[in-house]
Design a protein. Structure first.
Length: 479
């Protein structure tokens, strides 16, 4: 074959550098094992349990009926005549369709999304926070990922080869490290404190910032609250300190709040960055802030329909114009995802026919997740050599594992990081697919993994027992 035009040597090096562990080599192997099992291969297990990704429906969570009714009508307006679909679902769908060009969900929307839905998002934020929100600051996006990447793109400008720096938590959700690598930005990691339930320490933020200042131009600070993979929920006073820190150093704030509905632990409450900056008043309420929400998480779990929004406040109007121009080149986010977001921000109200069922379904999902969060933590903490912080929110646990020296040597001999080695052994022996801590970042010399809490309760129980057995045997083998 002739020399190809694009080769590994001449292609975009930033794409080579980027990594996304949540769908990395372990998942590729897990999928291969599934195929081997289907082809009749004999293994110590019959099925693969994918606890690697926050994809609730993939793990058996049922969709919320109201959301599916609205989306179904949007796709098939003749369902408006279906007597089994309640009137409020029909009404929402009519509103969405009225906002669609030509009255069809199949048409392009405005690049920032359907205006009526943007207005409902702003009203939702006002109800949530008790402060004004302008619909013109709302941009609908195909999942929060797209919104985050679109805004982060605005940060790229190297001054005399000094890169802009983006502060991200370690451990982090690898969308951030991947995007930073792809956009050739400088990653400034600040460690979350495992000994205080993954607390966000101001001294650590300061350390990370000061060290990075010598090599980059720190420009933005990302906070994930509730945390992925750490499951921590930030107290209000902590958020206030972070805001002051960002203000003093002139940093653009990225508030990743996709898990705002997923708070389980007693005494924990979600506080949005927008609310806290608003409560603090000027100059903090004048800071540039982008906050993100998604329909993939919460009680909805509609990951594949790709809906989300960004609320972006206090942008320089000239920058905002450029930002809107940049998203216009992608035409529009998926209109189905927008319809889902409409249901999230404008759910059935008391007195409407779908209200009770909607509330019951939402509560059932969130209660079950809270139960599973507890079950995961209690089990891991009962296994010698494992310790796990309370899962206060989100959908993950990030336990620490103590690995024997001989296991670390075996990993080295296999050319793998110790936690990667552990995760592969777990997969090959039990069919459980998790993501090693390396994919998220961790304090040097410590080893972790992330598991979701998403397998349904019976499966989760079995998975945790298998996990305990595997860990005990693994440690014994390398003692
Ligand atoms: C912290 C965080 N932010 C953003 C996302 C992106 O979600 P989506 O693009 O599906 O909205 C995820 C997905 O897991 C996440 O965990």
């Amino acid at each position: 074959m002739e020399q190809r035009v694009v080769t590994l040597e001449n292609m975009n090096p930033h794409v080579i550098k980027m990594e996304y562990a949540v769908r990395g080599p372990l998942v590729i192997r897990a999928t291969a094992i599934e195929k081997e099992l289907q082809a009749g291969a004999q293994k110590p297990f019959q099925t693969v349990t994918k606890a690697n990704i926050g994809d609730a429906h993939a793990m058996g969570q049922k969709p919320i009926t109201f959301i599916r009714q609205v989306v179904s009508i949007c796709l098939m307006p003749s369902l408006l005549d279906d007597p089994s679909i309640p009137d409020d679902a029909k009404q929402r769908a009519r509103e969405v369709l009225a906002g669609c060009k030509g009255g069809s969900i199949g048409s392009y929307s405005d690049s920032a999304g359907i205006e009526a839905i943007r207005r409902h998002v702003a009203q939702y934020i006002e109800r949530r926070d008790g402060f004004p929100s302008s619909w013109e600051n709302i941009v609908l996006c195909a999942g929060a990922s797209e919104g985050i990447r679109g805004m982060m793109k605005m940060m790229i400008k190297h001054d005399n080869s000094i890169k802009p720096g983006v502060m991200i938590p370690i451990p982090q959700y690898p969308l951030y490290s991947a995007t930073i690598a792809e956009f050739d930005l400088h990653q400034i990691g600040y460690y979350l404190n495992e000994s205080t339930n993954w607390g966000l320490d101001m001294a650590e933020l300061e350390r990370a910032y000061n060290e990075a200042k010598a090599v980059c131009n720190p420009k933005a600070l990302v906070v994930i609250n509730p945390g992925n993979p750490t499951g921590n929920v930030l107290p209000r006073e902590n958020i206030e300190s972070v805001i002051k820190f960002a203000h003093e150093r002139n940093l653009f704030l990225f508030a990743d709040e996709v898990y705002q509905d997923n708070v389980y632990a007693e005494g924990c409450k979600f506080h949005s960055f927008k609310k806290v900056t608003s409560e603090m008043g000027p100059p903090y309420s004048e800071m540039e802030l982008a906050s993100f929400m998604s329909c993939s998480k919460g009680y909805m779990g509609e990951c594949g329909l790709r809906g989300g929004y960004a609320e972006i406040v206090n942008l320089d109007p000239r920058v905002k114009a450029m930002y809107l121009k940049s998203i216009s080149a992608k035409l529009c986010p998926t209109t189905l995802g927008q319809a889902v977001m409409e249901c999230v921000v404008n759910p059935p109200q008391e007195g409407e026919p779908s209200y009770e069922q909607f509330q019951a379904e939402k509560k059932a999902v969130l209660d079950s997740l809270a139960g599973r969060a507890k079950m995961v933590v209690e089990t891991f903490n009962s296994v010698p050599g494992m310790s796990c912080n309370i899962v206060q929110g989100a959908m993950y646990a990030f336990p620490q594992i103590k690995l024997p020296e001989k296991a670390i040597e075996a990993a080295k001999a296999a050319g793998q990081a110790p936690d990667v080695y552990y995760a592969f052994q777990l997969l090959e022996n039990t069919g459980i697919c998790i993501v090693p801590g390396t994919g998220f970042g961790q304090c040097p010399g410590t080893y972790h993994f992330r598991t979701t809490i998403l397998p349904q309760p019976a499966l989760l129980k079995t998975m945790l027992e298998k996990f305990r057995e595997f860990h005990t045997k693994f440690v014994e083998r390398y003692q």
